[in-house]
Write a protein that binds this ligand. Structure first.
Ligand code: 13P
Length: 222
């Protein structure tokens, strides 16, 4: 079974730093069972030309192309990416994105053949996706508990138990939907998530910005 390691660089790195990262990272031989997806800021995508990894946007607009200054429509990034993060908690909090907006964004991505990776932190957010008519094949979910993001307080047996309990509940709402885990994943705790067959992979923030650290996380799936 394929596992996913998704690198969410958030608003970090410029082109030069991205090229330096890739020079180091490209030397690594990655396990074939892992789908590696980089989600850099859009201006960095050109530095990824020709690299053998999947790419994802960190967001797409809820609108199609048209008079929406500052927005990037899903159809505009569809030639460059296969995936898009949607509904990340930072967008829900800092940009006040509502469930309605998130559903519209998923619809836009889906219509442009971009696979949405929808970030959720509670079951209500999953229920909203089911109520909107999305099915397991339409998206990947990433469970990111709010108190686990960039806190470093994860990786213990009870944390994994909590993730598995959440995934079990998710399956009653959206049967068979793939669920990744995100929140303070690093090279030291990656193995505990990697060994659970119910967790389809990880969504990594801070630790994905260092080539060696990201490589070690991917290696946890080898
Ligand atoms: P950290 O890995 O830095 O906690 O970030 C998690 C996250 O928000 C990934 O989308």
């Amino acid at each position: 079974m394929k596992k996913f390691v998704v690198a969410n660089w958030k608003a970090n790195k410029n082109i030069k730093e991205t090229r330096e990262f890739l020079v180091e990272f490209n030397n690594q031989i990655l396990p074939e069972n892992v789908v590696v997806i980089f989600c850099p800021s859009l201006p960095l995508l050109k530095a990824f030309e020709g690299v053998p990894y999947f790419l994802g946007a960190q967001d797409v607009s809820a609108f199609p192309t048209g008079p929406h200054t500052g927005e990037v429509a899903a159809s505009q990034v569809a030639e460059m990416v296969d995936y898009a993060l949607i509904g990340h908690s930072e967008r829900r909090t800092e940009f006040k994105e509502s469930d309605e907006v998130i559903v519209a964004k998923i619809g836009q991505a889906f219509a442009c053949n971009i696979m949405p990776i929808v970030c959720v932190s509670n079951l209500n957010q999953v229920q909203i996706l089911a109520d909107a008519g999305f099915k397991a094949d339409d998206l990947l979910l990433a469970y990111e508990p709010l108190d686990a993001i960039s806190t470093g307080k994860v990786g213990k047996a009870e944390d994994v138990k909590e993730v598995l309990a959440f995934i079990k509940e998710v399956q009653t709402i959206l049967p068979d939907v793939p669920v990744l885990y995100g929140g303070s994943v690093n090279s030291k705790n990656a193995a505990v998530y990697a060994k659970s067959s119910e967790i389809w992979g990880v969504l990594v923030g801070n630790a994905s910005r260092e080539p060696e650290e990201l490589f070690k996380i991917i290696q946890a799936y080898a």
